[in-house]
Design a protein around this ligand. Structure first.
Ligand code: SAM
Length: 239
């Protein structure tokens, strides 16, 4: 289908997940050239832009205003302006707002271009030592409704599973994984690309007791072995 030649382009731009150097030349070029940047957290994005000496108009686009903001941004795109969408960290659309505006832009035949770059789940999968040939990304587990059903589904999942988790729910999630999936192998990546980056690999029970003994800070990606895969595994915390 043809595109509105007079419309601007919506760029979905991946930004660092910690280390400000993790950004592509192309991302910097696009952020410098667009008319407007729509950012999940304008203050956070300003730090990135200042680091690269990019001065650009910023508008917020986050979960609580995306319904209202989307038509406004679509109108700007239709008038010929080009817009870059960035999230707090990593790739917009991966556990971050973007889907709504991407759909709306496509419905209006506006060109949507991805500027690929960092996302937290891929480096966590790669360093986990678990099979990466087939995997499933689940994002955050439901907090209340649907949590038990999801965990019961995951029990029979034979691909490597990737989950995001916040520090205050890490222990609860490790406990639930142990209860529903059994004492599988797991890899927990903390603070990827940042100063206190670490990866803890082992059985769920030993990783759980490791984290139970310390105060939990930072951001976490959990990578869990699927049901039937049986490769050997590195154990950082087991006996
Ligand atoms: N859009 C992001 C991406 O592409 O990965 C994800 C955003 S989501 C709101 C935030 C979650 O991503 C965190 O709770 C954590 O699970 C994961 N995450 C983001 N940055 C991380 C990092 N540096 N180290 C470990 N996990 C990270």
């Amino acid at each position: 289908m043809g595109e509105h030649s007079s419309s601007g382009t919506l760029y979905i731009v991946s930004t660092p997940i910690g280390n400000l150097e993790d950004i592509t030349f192309r991302a910097i070029d696009i952020l410098s050239r667009v008319d407007l940047i729509a950012a999940e957290d304008t203050r956070k994005t300003k730090i990135l832009l200042d680091h690269y000496q990019i001065r650009k108009a910023l508008v917020s686009y986050f979960s609580y205003n995306e319904a209202r903001r989307t038509p406004e941004l679509i109108a700007k795109l239709k008038s010929g302006l080009s817009i870059a969408l960035v999230s707090d960290a990593g790739t917009p659309g991966i556990s971050d707002p973007a889907f709504r505006i991407i759909r709306a832009a496509l419905d209006e035949n506006i060109s949507v271009v991805s500027i690929p770059g960092p996302t937290a789940f891929l480096p966590a999968l790669i360093v986990s030592g678990l099979p990466a040939d087939r995997f499933v990304f689940e994002g955050f587990l439901p907090v209340k409704k649907g949590r038990k059903t999801k965990l019961e589904q995951l029990r029979n999942e034979d691909r490597t599973m990737i989950l995001y988790e916040s520090p205050h729910r890490l222990l609860r999630t490790l406990n639930d994984l142990l209860e529903f999936l059994g004492d599988r192998e797991i890899s927990v990546s903390r603070e990827l690309t940042k100063h206190f980056e670490e990866v803890i690999r082992g059985r769920i029970s030993s990783v759980l007791s490791f984290f139970s003994q310390k105060s939990i800070r930072g951001e976490f990606v959990l990578v869990v072995r699927g049901l039937s895969s049986t490769n050997s595994f590195v154990d950082d915390v087991g006996s």
